[in-house]
Design a protein around this ligand. Structure first.
Ligand code: AMP
Length: 429
């Protein structure tokens, strides 16, 4: 899968984006080399031609399984988060067949590579990473966002060696639980997955993230996985029983923390914070005075509040695709699925709606215009008040609008669509 339209070629490049294609996407990003690939997307280095800075471009395409669902989940979660140790989503772009996430570039690569190359990390270094990880998770959980697939491959490092949590493709929001208040989706990577997820009886996502952090902490300090076996069933059994062997060099304090994080019983497993939580554990606190930690946390939180305020004032951008499309972009890839249809167009939203008005004129129908939250819409009714169609359009960015049409499914409405509305919108279906 290669990123495709809308592109144009770059005459000559001294971009420093590595051995890339040199193609320009959306007149804005020069595509560089492949940085990595995940389950549902490829990630490329790219140069922002406006600011001349580098970013990472995560490309979800139609060729992958449920790309829209994964992309939408990732976008909707990441757009809620602004934290020093969470990879920042800068912008979302889309062509007819692909969704592009423009992400902050993590120049230091995967934390995993660092462990691999060094075998194991000194406790002091592992502590630094754990603190940054926990600081990010406290923030995410406080915003109702859970990662559910934490592992060293999803933890990236910036140019200063500071940690950034990435890949929220399996993440979840609080409130999306079953009636028992628990999550039931089995997800995550086997070696990092908590026993209650494997048991499929429902779980609390915050506790699952703590378990995965325990596995990560173990890997950082030991240099190998706590639960690993070629036979998956044997590995699961080890996870259920929390059967792991810590190497001799691990200090007693660290040993105690890992055992509390890898407690197979989620009810007794250590929590992130609180007097008995990770942030109060002696190993975690070693070397810092409590006030230093709280002050650092407070300054981060104040900064985020300020940034949130600035964000609110920002001109609408493509994050609004998400709210506009009610967290379901899948129909962009398969418009035939229902009478609700969404599509992107290069035309400005106003001119799409003008053409709709022109198509309806003289047809003896009632037109009602609405304008809300940056989107404009037209509701079309027959003279007896029967619903014919609703067309909403929103500008996503310069040169890109998203249009949503809900059409009535009766024979009269279908005929109106076929003869008038469809051609006006350049849609034949
Ligand atoms: P993901 O699908 O998000 O897990 O990304 C797949 C791989 O691409 C990661 O494991 C990283 O090696 C790389 N990658 C993803 N996002 C970035 C980024 N923002 N900066 C640098 N590399 C990245």
């Amino acid at each position: 899968m290669e990123p495709e339209s809308p592109t144009s070629s770059l005459p000559s490049t001294s971009s420093g984006t590595g051995a890339g294609t040199g193609r320009i996407l959306f007149n804005r990003y020069e595509l560089g080399r492949l940085l990595g690939r995940g389950g549902s997307a490829k990630v490329y280095l790219a140069r922002d031609l406006q600011s001349n800075s580098h970013v990472a471009l995560k490309v979800f395409s139609k060729a992958t399984k449920s790309p829209a669902a994964v992309a939408v989940r990732e976008i909707s979660l990441m757009s809620k988060l602004r934290h020093k140790h969470v990879l920042r989503l800068i912008e979302v772009l889309a062509s007819r067949s692909k969704i592009y996430l423009v992400l902050e570039l993590a120049r230091g690569g995967e934390l995993f590579t660092r462990v691999e190359s060094r075998g194991k990390l000194p406790e002091e270094t592992a502590r630094k990473y754990l603190r940054q990880l926990i600081s990010a998770l406290r923030y995410c959980h406080s915003r109702g966002v859970f990662h559910r697939d934490l592992k060293p491959e999803n933890i990236l490092l910036d140019e200063n060696g500071d940690l950034k949590i990435a890949d929220f493709g399996l993440g979840s929001l609080s409130g999306l639980t079953h009636s028992d208040g628990l999550f039931h989706t089995v997800c995550g990577t086997p070696a990092y997955v908590a026993p209650e997820v494997l048991a499929q009886k429902g779980y609390e996502a915050s506790k699952v993230d703590v378990w995965s952090c325990g596995v990560i902490l173990f890997v950082l300090c030991a240099g190998y996985l706590p639960f690993n076996h070629p036979n998956l069933m044997t590995m699961y059994r080890k996870i259920y029983r929390a059967e792991f062997r810590l190497p001799k060099w691990i200090s007693p304090e660290l040993r105690s923390l890992i055992c509390k994080m890898l407690d197979p019983n989620p009810q007794t497993r250590i929590t992130l914070e609180g007097t008995d939580g990770i942030t109060s554990h002696p190993w975690f606190l070693s070397g810092i005075v409590d006030t230093q930690w709280t002050a650092e946390m407070r300054s981060h939180e104040d900064m985020f509040k300020l940034e949130d305020k600035l964000e609110e004032k920002r001109v609408l951008n493509a994050f609004d695709i998400i709210s506009f499309s009610a967290c379901d972009l899948s129909r962009i890839f398969d418009p035939a699925m229902s009478v609700r249809e969404r599509f992107f167009t290069a035309e400005p939203a106003e001119s799409v709606l003008t053409r709709v008005e022109e198509a309806v004129e003289g047809e003896g129908m009632v037109l009602m215009s609405s304008r809300e939250k940056g989107s404009e819409g037209i509701r079309i009714e027959g003279q007896n008040g029967n619903f014919i169609a609703n067309v909403e359009a929103r500008c996503v960015r310069d040169g890109l609008s998203i249009v949503e049409v809900v059409k009535g499914d009766g024979s009269r409405e279908r005929l109106f669509w076929k003869e008038k509305l469809g051609p006006a919108l350049n849609r034949s279906v």
